[in-house]
Design a protein around this ligand. Structure first.
Ligand code: SF4
Length: 733
């Protein structure tokens, strides 16, 4: 009878099928996931979700899961115990390392892994002694990260889904949100109900286009000429935001010169969009500000994807749409944790928090990990190219892993070719190059697939030996945090214990580290429960400690759990407020969330918002850009203005990064103290700062927008030291 039924427990998880971050309530009875429903209290999905989200339960409980460790031998799959699997895989990996060096094993991470697993993947590779690791963001939004970071700083979405209620116009290019991010579309439609005008640019008439006030068809790959065509009308009619450009934008005159070449007839010739279409669109955008721009992989997955994202950004700068509610760049990511895995996970060219591979960056993370820098250095191969140590060299990206297997290793600066791959949550569709990939897989000595499902990678390999399958828990069988497209961290509670013989990502990484003999060092400050289960809260605390340079410090496990709990106490009035003006909490805690959790920084819902005090994340900015299209290259990628120009440029301020790298000593006391202020540590400026300086900082905070001159002082300092250390200021991926 019902009264005798086991109690039903409700747990909250985050949908794993796209980057919107919808909450789902799972009902669990007797350890069985019996029911799911969208979370009515979530300010993001407000009780709704799409067909993909509705299928979460079947994702976890699918019969097609890998149920136990297996090995392919003589064309037959043979069942193994976990002990056998880890022993055999570990021994083979160690043999390869002995014979060919640590770079001969390539590790994949995944945009589907949570923040804690992504971070441990980086750490495991560091202790293994290689930078040969990457994840699937390489082929989706890495062009956005590079393009946007080089324009105004952080390579991320600047506003949020909820904030789209406040837009007066929305310009979609390379995004079909109605199908790819359906719940985001409900916020778009709320914005439309509020009066926003929608323009959709796409080669296809999509379901998103069906909601547009204006649809413009363009020839595929002609995004930049189309943006130049829009800017041509904007400049021609004086519709640009002159004050904003004068105060905040570097080098718009160069864009103006370039745009002058893109007359309407030339643009129509290249793009197919007519003069009248682009005039109408430009007028709509000019008359309906603030407006946002939305893009997704339709804009990024091009050979000029980086330049596309810069062109989109330039349009927003010309219209003065940045740093305000209803404006910004709403860049829709793909997977559920593509943002977090990029921020602190295994990209082949960065350490966590977008730090490169300089000695100073390594020293920072060695301090966090409590290991000696020299010890870490000794783990890497002694093979060098041009005398550069392997720990300072970027690894092989996803897009070139096939070359790493097939090409002469010397061409890639490698001692030997890639002989073994450990795929944790990445499959063939993220690598592409099908026939070449198939050939490459056949040449490997070892393939390990750690995944809930047997992936395309296994099927494609057509091998008879040397493949292992490790049953891995789905997102719903492991707790941790994920970062949605709007930079917001949310807790994902564990719904079920791992099904079948599955283990979580972090357990598997721990078992490997133990096999390799460095678990004690790698997990020095991370508690291990039940013999092999790293505690996710400890991993997040370590992330808080090291990634504070990009504002991952204020989101402690305790604070995020409290927020998850409190969300369910919202009444409808509060919900309405959250769904309305985006001036308070939306959901999760978006980075930058400066300081410690106790300092209760609210997270930064709108990047570069000059109406907020700097201590609340309202960093004034001054953007720069480079553009390229078919050989046109105004400012080469990653190049920065000459030293004589630096007082005019204003890259974003990253006080923490400079200080943690020890480069702050290159700054003048005033520059250092100003950065300290922006980083939220005004009360702890360096000793050489005078009372006078402190008074200037106080003025700067209250001045808001007018304080840009002071911030220009800072940017000069940052530019100078970055030039000295031969790096772009930060954020390049
Ligand atoms: Fe899941 Fe995205 Fe659909 Fe939300 S919109 S339910 S996150 S797939």
């Amino acid at each position: 009878s019902e009264s005798n039924a086991a109690p039903v427990e409700k747990r909250t998880t985050v949908c794993s099928h796209c980057s919107v971050g919808c909450s789902t309530i799972a009902s669990v009875q007797n350890g069985v996931w019996v029911r799911q429903e969208p979370d009515f209290d979530s300010p993001i999905n407000l009780g709704g979700y799409c067909a993909k989200g509705a299928a979460l339960r079947s994702h976890a409980t699918s019969e097609k899961r890998i149920k136990y460790p297996m090995k392919l031998e003589g064309g037959q799959w043979r069942r193994l115990s976990w002990e056998q699997a880890i022993d055999e895989i570990g021994d083979r990996m160690l043999e390869i390392r002995e014979e060919s060096g640590p770079d001969s094993v390539w590790f994949s991470g995944s945009c589907k892994a949570n923040n804690e697993a992504s971070y441990l993947q980086v750490k495991l590779c560091a202790f293994w002694g290689s930078n040969n690791r990457d994840h699937s963001a390489r082929i989706c939004h890495s062009t956005t990260v590079a393009g946007v970071a080089n324009t105004w700083g952080y390579g991320a979405m600047t506003n949020s889904y909820n904030d789209m209620h406040n837009c007066k116009s929305m310009f979609f290019i390379g995004s079909n949100a109605a199908e790819a991010h359906p719940v985001a579309m409900q916020h778009v439609l709320r914005g439309k109900e509020n009066g926003a005008k929608i323009i959709v640019v796409d080669p296809r008439f999509t379901r998103t286009a069906a909601h547009a006030n204006q649809y413009i068809r363009l020839r595929p790959g002609t995004d930049i000429p189309l943006i130049w065509g829009l800017l041509w009308h904007i400049f021609e009619n004086g519709w640009e935001d002159k004050e904003f450009i004068q105060q905040r934008v570097f080098a718009m005159d160069e864009v103006r010169q370039e745009v002058a070449n893109w007359t309407p007839d030339k643009v129509e010739d290249v793009t197919g969009a007519t003069e009248s279409e682009l005039y109408e669109a430009a007028k709509t955008l000019a008359e309906n500000r603030p407006g946002t721009i939305v893009w997704c992989m339709g804009g990024t997955q091009h050979h000029v994807g980086n330049a596309n994202t810069r062109a989109y950004s330039i349009l927003q700068l010309a219209l003065g749409n940045m740093g305000k509610s209803g404006g910004g760049a709403n860049i829709f990511r793909g997977h559920d944790n593509v943002q977090g895995a990029t921020d602190i996970g295994p990209l082949c060219n960065t350490l966590p928090a977008y730090m490169g591979f300089s000695d100073n960056a390594w020293k920072h993370w060695c301090r966090v990990w409590d290991v000696e820098f020299e010890d870490m250095r000794s783990r890497f191969d002694t093979y060098t190219v041009d005398g550069v140590h392997r720990m300072n060299v970027a690894g092989i990206p996803v897009s070139r892993v096939v070359d790493g297997i097939l090409e002469d290793p010397e061409n890639l600066g490698q001692r030997d070719r890639i002989r073994g791959i450990f795929f944790q949550g990445l499959s063939a569709n993220a690598v592409a190059r099908g026939p070449e990939l198939q050939n490459a897989l056949s040449k490997l000595d070892l393939i390990v697939v750690s995944d809930p499902f047997p992936t395309h990678m296994v099927a494609l390999s057509e091998r008879t030996d040397g493949v292992y399958l490790l049953p891995t828990a789905t997102q719903f069988e492991q707790a941790g945090t994920v970062t949605a497209s709007n930079r917001s961290l949310q807790v994902r509670e564990k719904i079920l214990d791992p099904l079948y013989e599955s283990k979580t990502d972090t357990e598997i990484l721990y078992l490997l580290a133990r096999k390799f003999g460095f678990a004690e060092d790698m997990f020095k400050h991370i508690e291990i429960e039940d013999g092999d289960k790293p505690v996710w809260e400890d991993i997040l605390r370590e992330i808080n400690k090291g990634a504070w340079t990009i504002g991952y410090s204020g989101q402690s496990p305790e604070r995020l759990k409290l927020q998850l709990k409190n969300k369910h106490t919202f009444d409808t009035t509060t919900l309405k407020a959250i769904g309305g003006p985006c001036d308070g909490e939306t959901y999760g805690l978006p980075w930058p969330c400066w300081g410690t959790a106790e300092q209760k920084h609210p997270g930064t819902h709108i990047l570069w918002n000059p109406s907020l005090p700097v201590s609340q994340g309202g960093l004034p900015f001054r953007a720069r850009f480079g553009t390229e299209h078919e050989g046109v290259n105004l400012l080469a990628e990653n190049s920065w203005p000459a030293e004589s120009e630096i007082q005019d440029g204003h890259p974003p301020v990253t006080y923490g990064l400079l200080r943690s790298l020890g480069w702050h000593e290159d700054l003048t006391p005033f520059e250092m103290a100003t950065i300290a202020w922006v980083g939220g540590e005004a009360d702890k400026p360096s000793e050489s700062v005078t009372e006078d300086d402190i008074a200037r900082f106080r003025t700067m905070e209250s001045d808001g927008l007018d304080s840009v001159a002071w911030h220009t002082d800072i940017s000069g300092g940052i530019q100078r030291i970055c030039l000295k250390h031969e790096v772009a200021p930060f954020g390049n991926a």
